[in-house]
Design a protein around this ligand. Structure first.
Ligand SMILES: [Mg+2]
Length: 452
C-alpha cells in the first residue's frame, strides 16, 4: 500500500533493499593500497541488507586502527552514527591514530545515507555551494623557484584556481651556509624508516632509530635558517610568483623542523608575496607559540591536519590563527569535521581541508566542504595518478574537473562501488589480497571504560 507523508513518506524514498530500522553491521574488511598517492586502507562495512559502507584509513596509517574496532560494531545499526562514534572515539588519537575511528565514521555515514536515500551533505544541513574548490599540492623538490613555478603554472593550465608549494629546509639544506645544523641532525631528516617486514632485529632497530630521528619536535632540533638561507627562500618564492603571477592564491607548507623564531623570520620576509597561508610551522600542540607566530606576521597562519576531535582544535581557535586545515581521516570523520568548521567560523577562522587519499576520502571531504560555510579549499595530491578516478564507480570522471569537485545528488558518499581489478594492481608490499576475512578481530575484547 503506498505511503504518502511524514515518516511513511520517507520510507517510500529509501533503498528498496533496505529497512533502516533493521539494518545491522555484519562485517568489516579492508584493502590496503599504495600509490593513490601514498598508502591507505580502503574500508568496507557490510550489512544484513546488502548495502555496504565505504571508508578509508588515513594515508600512512595502519589498517589495524580500524580493524581493532570491529567487535565493537558487529550487530549494531550503522545509522546510529553518533552513538557508535561516541563508543569508539576513545580509541582514536592525533595524527594517524585517528585513522580507524574516522574511517568507520565515514563508512557509517555512507551507510546511513544509502539506507535513507539522502546525500551526506543533506544529513549535515544542506549545501552552501554547488561545487568544491580544490587546491593542488605541488611538492617543491626542484632546485629552483622558476622550475617549481612552471609546475604550478601547469596546474593552473589544468584549471586549478588555488595552489600550494613547499618552502623551507628541503629547498636549501644542501646549500653551504644556508642552514645552521648540529652535526648529524639534517641526516636524520633525510632518512625515512622503511615499511613492511624487517629481516633482522638489527634492521628493525635501525628503522626505529630512523623514526626517532624524524620525531624530534621543532624547538629541539637546533636547526636555523641563516640570513643567506632566508635570502634564498625569498628568491625561490619570488621566482615562483614571477611565473604564476601575483593574483592566484598560493599556500606554503613544509617549512621544516625549525624554531618558532625562524618561522617568524621567514613569515615576515615573504609577506610581500601574499601567501594564502603558512602551514604547520611548528607542532600544533604549542598553542601559545602559535599565538606569538600569528601576532608577529600578516601572513595567515594555518595548522590542523593532525588534530583529533573538535576539542583538539579549541585551544588553537582561541590562539588567533587564521586558517584551520583538518583532515577528515584524523578528526573523527564527517560530522566531527562539520562541527570543527562551524566552531572555527564562530572564531572568524577559515577552514581548508587536508586530503591525500583515494576518491573515498575525497568525497567524504567534499560533502563536508559543500555543507560548511567557512570552507575555502580542499587539498588534492593525485593529479599525476592516472588510475585515481578508476578506483571507484558512480562518480563523474574525472572527479576533479577544472579545479573543482561537483558533489553528486546521490545517497551517501555518492560512490557506487570500489573496482577490485584496479586496486588489486596497487597493493601495499606484503599484502596478499583485498577484502580478506577479518574473523580474527570478531572477538577482540577489553574493559576500556576510562572512569570508575
Ligand atoms: Mg601539510
Amino acid at each position: 500500500m503506498p505511503k504518502t507523508g511524514g515518516a511513511d513518506g520517507a520510507l517510500n524514498r529509501v533503498n528498496t533493499n533496505s529497512k533502516p530500522t533493521d539494518l545491522r553491521i555484519t562485517d568489516l574488511r579492508v584493502a590496503e593500497i599504495v600509490g593513490a598517492p601514498f598508502t591507505s586502507a580502503l574500508v568496507k562495512i557490510y550489512t544484513n541488507q546488502g548495502i555496504v559502507g565505504l571508508g578509508e584509513v588515513r594515508d600512512g596509517a595502519s589498517a589495524t586502527y580500524a580493524l581493532m574496532l570491529k567487535s565493537r560494531l558487529l550487530g549494531e545499526n550503522p545509522c546510529d552514527i553518533d552513538r557508535l562514534f561516541r563508543r569508539i572515539k576513545q580509541f582514536g588519537g592525533h595524527g594517524r591514530q585517528g585513522g580507524g575511528v574516522s574511517a568507520i565514521e565515514i563508512a557509517l555515514s555512507d551507510l546511513a545515507g544509502k539506507a535513507y536515500g539522502v546525500p551526506i551533505y543533506q544529513m549535515l544541513g544542506g549545501r552552501f555551494r554547488d561545487k568544491v574548490r580544490v587546491y593542488c599540492d605541488t611538492d617543491a623538490d626542484k632546485p629552483s623557484g622558476t622550475e617549481t613555478g612552471r609546475r604550478l603554472k601547469a596546474r593552473m593550465d589544468l584549471g586549478f584556481t588555488f595552489l600550494k608549494m613547499d618552502l623551507g629546509l628541503a629547498q636549501i639544506s644542501h646549500i653551504p651556509g644556508a642552514v645552521v645544523a648540529p652535526a648529524g641532525v639534517l641526516d636524520g631528516f633525510r632518512t625515512h624508516a622503511g615499511r613492511g617486514r624487517a629481516g633482522t632485529l638489527d634492521e628493525r632497530r635501525a628503522r626505529n632509530a630512523a623514526y626517532d630521528a624524524q620525531n624530534v619536535p621543532h624547538p629541539f632540533t637546533g636547526l636555523h635558517f641563516t640570513e643567506k638561507g632566508i635570502d634564498l627562500l625569498d628568491q625561490y618564492i619570488h621566482e615562483v610568483r614571477e611565473v604564476i603571477g601575483y593574483e592566484i592564491p598560493l599556500a606554503i607548507d613544509h617549512v621544516g623542523h625549525v624554531s618558532l623564531q625562524d618561522g617568524i623570520r621567514l613569515a615576515r620576509r615573504i609577506e610581500k608575496y601574499a601567501p594564502a597561508w603558512l602551514e604547520d610551522v611548528i607542532p600544533w600542540q604549542y598553542t601559545d607559540q602559535y599565538r606569538r607566530l600569528q601576532e608577529a606576521t600578516s601572513v595567515p597562519i594555518c595548522t590542523g591536519e593532525d588534530i583529533y576531535l573538535k576539542e583538539g582544535f579549541e585551544p588553537l581557535l582561541n590562539s588567533g590563527i587564521s586558517v584551520i586545515h583538518p583532515d577528515l581521516l584524523t578528526t573523527g570523520g564527517i560530522l566531527e569535521t562539520k562541527k570543527i568548521g562551524d566552531a572555527a567560523q564562530d572564531h572568524g577562522v577559515a577552514m581548508a581541508i587536508h586530503m591525500a587519499e583515494s576518491p573515498i576520502a575525497a568525497m567524504a571531504a567534499a560533502h563536508v566542504a559543500v555543507a560548511t560555510e567557512n570552507f575555502m579549499a580542499l587539498e588534492y595530491h593525485s593529479v599525476e595518478v592516472d588510475w585515481w578516478d578508476d578506483i571507484v564507480t558512480g562518480l563523474p570522471k574525472p572527479l576533479v574537473k577544472d579545479g573543482f569537485i561537483t558533489v553528486p545528488d546521490k545517497p551517501g558518499l555518492g560512490i557506487d562501488d570500489v573496482v577490485d581489478e584496479v586496486i588489486s594492481q596497487h597493493l601495499q608490499p606484503g599484502v596478499t589480497g583485498i577484502w580478506q576475512s577479518t574473523e580474527h578481530w570478531d572477538n577482540e575484547y577489553s574493559w576500556d571504560r576510562t572512569w570508575s
